[in-house]
Design a protein around this ligand. Structure first.
Ligand SMILES: Cc1cc2nc3c(=O)[nH]c(=O)nc-3n(C[C@H](O)[C@H](O)[C@H](O)COP(=O)(O)OP(=O)(O)OC[C@H]3O[C@@H](n4cnc5c(N)ncnc54)[C@H](O)[C@@H]3O)c2cc1C
Length: 401
């Protein structure tokens, strides 16, 4: 065992949540010694490096929910951070489009949005045609506060600011065990042992596994999913100047397929989501088998398979026929043809399975003495990262003063 490297705070994970926690901590208490432990050789290689770039303005639809106050605080903090740091972002607005039969549901949503302080505007058929002549749909709900940003650029700038404030990064450092002993948290990693007065476990798809290693009971098991994306060609791009999606299917596991214009002019469509064999991007068979075996021991696995396999089979069949994502986008823009689409790099994401076989919708943070485990972050989590980081710090401060 090598010499223990001692810090005030240890952060596991160099994604949006870990970087936000480290940044907020150093901004609040700049004298602290903070270490970010990341198992990859670069930061933000997992979920946070492959986001479509949406700044959410709505917190309770599609897949996952967030406390609206936390979501709003996060969005405003992100916009402020990007403006101060010169990161391109834009409040381009978002449009949720309804076919005739979905209109009533969207109307209800409009009323709920108003009640929870989300700014939204109803667009009838005429206004829809006027604003977006190529778009098919009976009506739409316009959310003017929806925006776009490059989250990889946000991660890179957070890392720079952390470094500037004296934070240290340890890459290729995989945490293998963690425990609280005699008033500190001890971590064993591929880079040797570390100790901290507090620890933030922000390991994304691995966070539940690390929480269990620490002796906590997260009551969740992270199911990995592969998300595919397509990019529109130059002609298709001209039709899309804001974030567009159809009304999400009630109970859908992930949010609806969205068209998201990027800050560099590209337009990405996605995600089409299918189950993955492992939580690792580059998993060998051994790792895939280990993940599967650990999932099969989780009580929610059986009920999930029983209730979920028909929709998984349907999705697989649609993919085999080559449709799916392109078909869904063409419901919005029927004039788009197959040649307007190019495949874009896929990503690996997770949803948290509960013991009853359903999926967690809310942000789930498990507090365990000096450790906090961020076990599940819903789909608007990137937008809310700075607020989640601030919340983690607020709850750790008593151990640091
Ligand atoms: C399909 C989809 C699309 C989404 N799009 C958006 C969007 O457009 N806008 C938005 O606001 N949010 C979006 N989200 C939500 C967003 O993905 C998450 O909120 C956010 O990326 C979570 O970041 P994270 O830091 O928790 O995880 P990650 O980015 O996965 O980071 C975790 C890090 O921990 C590291 N790690 C893991 N295990 C260990 C270990 N043992 N030791 C050391 N390091 C370890 C990993 O290498 C990784 O770098 C989307 C989610 C989904 C599912």
């Amino acid at each position: 065992m090598g010499e223990v490297k001692r810090f005030d705070a240890l952060v596991i994970g160099g994604g949006l949540i870990g970087l936000s926690a480290a940044f907020q901590l150093l901004r609040t208490l700049p004298h602290l010694k903070v270490a970010v432990l990341e198992r990859e050789d670069r930061l933000a290689r997992a979920q946070s490096g492959r986001l479509p770039g949406l700044i959410h303005a709505e917190w309770g639809h599609g897949s996952g929910q967030l406390n609206p106050a936390l979501g709003r605080e996060g969005r405003q903090a992100l916009e402020r951070f990007c403006s101060e740091e010169g990161i391109p972002w834009e409040r381009c607005g978002g449009l949720i489009v309804a076919g005739g039969e979905e209109e009533e549901w969207l109307q209800q949503w409009h009323r709920r949005a108003g009640a929870s302080g989300v700014v939204s505007e109803w667009w009838g058929t005429e206004r829809l045609r006027e604003e977006m002549p190529k778009l098919a749909g009976a009506s739409g709900l316009f959310l003017p506060e929806t925006g776009i940003v490059d989250y990889a650029a946000v991660c890179a700038r957070l890392a720079q600011r952390i470094h500037g404030l004296g934070g240290e990064f340890f890459g290729e450092t995989e945490v293998r065990s963690l425990a609280e002993r005699s008033g500190e948290v001890i971590v064993e990693s591929s880079g040797g042992p570390y100790a901290g007065k507090v620890l933030f476990n922000c390991a994304g798809l691995q966070a539940d596994e690390l929480a269990r290693m620490a002796g906590a009971a997260p009551d969740l098991w992270m199911v990995p999913f592969r998300a595919s994306f397509q990019e529109l060609d130059a002609e298709g791009r001209r039709w899309v100047n804001r974030v567009i999606c159809r009304v999400p299917r009630p109970g859908a596991l992930f949010g609806p397929v969205r068209l998201v214009p990027a800050t560099d002019g590209r337009v990405e469509c996605g995600a089409a989501v299918t189950p993955a064999v492992s939580r690792e991007i580059r998993a060998g068979w051994l790792r895939a088998w280990r993940d599967l075996a650990s999932g099969m021991r989780f009580p929610g696995f059986g009920p999930m398979l029983r209730d979920g396999w028909p929709s998984v089979l349907r999705e697989g069949w649609r993919r085999c026929r080559g449709g799916n994502l392109v078909d869904e986008v063409r419901l919005l823009f029927p004039e788009l043809e197959a040649w307007h689409f190019d495949p874009a790099p896929p990503g690996l994401f997770g949803r948290a399975l509960k013991p009853d076989g359903t999926f967690e919708q809310d942000l789930r943070i498990l507090r365990q003495g000096r450790m906090q485990h961020v076990c599940f972050v819903p789909e608007a989590g990137g937008t809310a990262a700075l607020a989640i980081g601030r919340d983690l710090v607020a709850r750790a401060v008593s151990h640091l003063l």
